[in-house]
Ligand binder design. Structure first.
Ligand SMILES: C[S@@+](CC[C@H](N)C(=O)[O-])C[C@H]1O[C@@H](n2cnc3c(N)ncnc32)[C@H](O)[C@@H]1O
Length: 342
């Protein structure tokens, strides 16, 4: 016990101290990169708090996305991870990350690349793979990314959850990520809530989503305009909607197109103009959804029923799924223009 705590202390001490804010600004020319939304967390108590919320990471295999100057990276090393894969797009941070790798005796694997295209299905040893129905695997994803990357990335990873691909070939890999506070609230909003939106359904039909805590914008350097929410995602063994991701995405997007209006307005966009009225009525009736409910008042089981019935309609008409309301509008507009000019 005594020997272990000495070893832990030594490995903590071996890490070079985090540079001061002034040093960071000088080293990484922070001001110059503000347009890239690089907001750093330099307070080790906060980075430790994020890492603690990810669970017990002793001997864990972790992918950190966007490590930047390495605040969270240090907390992860101090938590005793076995293997830390960091994916960073910006070259300027690679030397600092190499320094952390040396200090942690080779625990940090650095990928200089873009997380939006990086393939994670072979990133960790195969023996870590668990069955989907088993406990969560000892593989974690963690990160504080710019908001313009974290939202498209979570949509991409949700699709991977649905298909059990990418980071989810290891099983129900947990993710602990930061988002703009309002986005974090949308992800976790319940039926009828002010923030209930497309993201609420997309996240919650596949994952148990927890809004862990909020970090004030003032804790970041430079300070962003907004506060930040730390959100944890644990994939569900049984998704709440059992239809292909793209189909769920299409239905949910259409329904929320007019968030404040009765839901039949959005549902109607799923169907070509000539059959719109009839099919909208049919879908809402078979799914037992009141057309005068607002989208944010619909529960997960309403969305499940809407997706299941829409699937039946698509099976009856193979052209239906490829119908795109926006495309129809675009063609109409083109037609009008060519009519005017001829
Ligand atoms: C908001 S900063 C946070 C840095 C660090 N994690 C922290 O908390 O201090 C986001 C980091 O993600 C990196 N980044 C941005 N887009 C990325 C992408 N597509 N792939 C990998 N890294 C990215 C940026 O270069 C930056 O280092």
């Amino acid at each position: 016990m005594f020997a272990m705590s000495i070893t832990q202390k030594l490995s903590t001490l071996r890490l070079p101290p985090l540079p001061t804010i002034g040093e960071i600004i000088k080293l990484y020319k922070l001001k110059a990169e503000k347009q890239l939304s690089q907001n750093f967390l330099l307070d080790l108590r906060l980075t430790d708090k994020i890492v603690r919320r990810a669970g017990n990471l002793k001997d864990a295999y972790v992918c950190e996305v966007g490590p930047g100057p390495g605040g969270i990276t240090r907390s992860l090393i101090n938590a005793g991870v076995a293997d830390l894969l960091v994916v960073e797009k910006d070259t300027r941070f690679i030397p600092g990350l190499m320094m952390l790798n040396e200090a942690s005796m080779g625990k940090v694997r650095i990928v200089h690349g873009d997380i939006l295209t990086y393939k994670m299905d072979r990133a960790f040893p195969g023996h870590l793979k668990k069955q989907w129905e088993d406990d969560v695997p000892n593989v974690h994803i963690i990160g504080n990314l710019p908001f313009n990357v974290s939202t498209p990335l979570i949509i991409k990873w949700l699709e991977h959850v649905a298909n059990r691909s990418g980071p989810f070939v290891y099983g129900r890999t947990q993710m602990t990520l930061t988002f703009q506070k309002e986005v974090a609230e949308r992800m976790t909003a319940s039926t009828g809530g002010r923030q209930r939106s497309r993201l609420s359904i997309m996240c919650q039909y596949l994952c148990n989503v927890k809004n862990c805590f909020t970090i004030p914008g003032s804790a970041f350097v430079p300070k962003p305009e907004v506060d930040v929410g730390v959100v944890q995602f644990t994939p569900l063994i049984q998704p709440q909607i059992e239809q292909p991701f793209k189909l769920v995405e299409k239905v949910v997007r259409s329904v929320f197109q007019f968030r404040g209006k009765y839901c039949h307005h959005g549902v109607a966009n799923l169907f070509p103009e000539e059959h719109r009225l009839k099919l909208t009525e049919k879908l809402l009736m078979l799914a037992d959804v009141d057309p005068t409910r607002r989208p944010y008042e619909l529960s997960m089981s309403h969305f499940r029923d809407l997706c299941n019935v829409y699937r039946q309609l698509c099976d009856q008409d193979p052209n239906l799924f490829s119908y795109n309301f926006r495309e129809e509008l675009r063609l109409k507009k083109l037609h009008r223009i060519s009519h005017k000019t001829s």
